[in-house]
Design a protein around this ligand. Structure first.
Ligand SMILES: [Zn+2]
Length: 187
C-alpha cells in the first residue's frame, strides 16, 4: 500500500477527484501533521479489514502523541457499539475525562451520530476524518444539535483522504460480497 505522503496522493486532484464530496464540504485543507495521524488511522482501518470488519480506524492524539487507537469490530464481535472511535475512546476514557478540551481524534470515515455523541461529551478539540459519510455522518450537522452540544463544538477537518477511504471500503465489499451504505452514496 502506498504511503499517504507519496507525491501522487498529494497532487491537486486528490480531493477534486471526488468533486461531489469536496463541493459538499468546504473546509480547511489538512496539514501534513493531520495527514500523518490520518495515516495511523488507516493502519487501524486495515486491521479492521483483516479481521473481516468494515475498514474504519481511529487514533486519539494529545500533545502530538498518539494515546489510543481503535478499529471497527462490529461484525467480528457482533456489536453495533464497536465503532473505531468508541473503542479508541473507551480504552482511555478516564484519561480523556481528565483532559477534556485537549485531545483530537483522527478517523478514516466521518463519525456517526453515536460516535459524535461520545466525541462531544469528552469535548474533543478537533476531529479530522478521511472521507465523508453521506448517509450516517454527523460531524457537521450543527444546526440539529441540542444547545449543550453546540457549546462543545470541535474544529472539524475533512474529508482529507476520500480516495483511500473509499478504496478500502470497496476492498471490503469485494472480499465479503456485502454492500454498505457508505458505498451506496458514492456509486
Ligand atoms: Zn460511529
Amino acid at each position: 500500500m502506498k504511503s499517504l505522503f507519496q507525491k501522487d496522493f498529494f497532487g491537486g486532484g486528490r480531493i477534486d477527484e471526488t468533486p461531489h464530496l469536496s463541493k459538499a464540504f468546504d473546509m480547511p485543507s489538512p496539514s501534513e501533521r493531520d495527514l500523518k495521524f490520518i495515516e495511523l488511522a488507516f493502519e487501524q482501518a486495515r486491521m479492521a479489514l483483516a479481521s473481516g470488519n468494515l475498514p474504519i480506524g481511529a487514533v486519539i492524539v494529545h500533545n502530538d502523541q498518539v494515546i489510543s487507537r481503535g478499529h471497527n469490530l462490529v461484525d467480528s464481535e457482533c456489536s453495533d457499539l464497536n465503532h473505531a472511535e468508541i473503542l479508541a475512546i473507551r480504552k482511555i476514557e478516564r484519561y480523556l475525562f481528565k483532559h477534556k478540551g485537549a485531545c483530537e481524534i483522527f478517523t478514516t470515515v466521518e463519525p456517526c451520530l453515536m460516535c459524535m455523541g461520545a466525541i462531544y461529551n469528552f469535548k474533543f478539540s478537533r476531529i479530522v476524518f478521511g472521507c465523508k459519510d453521506l448517509n450516517a455522518g454527523f460531524s457537521t450537522r450543527r444546526a440539529d444539535l441540542p444547545p449543550s452540544f453546540v457549546r462543545r463544538n470541535a474544529e472539524v477537518i475533512g474529508p482529507v483522504w476520500p480516495k483511500e477511504s473509499v478504496a478500502l471500503i470497496r476492498d471490503y465489499c469485494e472480499r465479503t460480497g456485502r454492500r454498505t451504505h457508505l458505498l451506496d452514496a458514492w456509486t
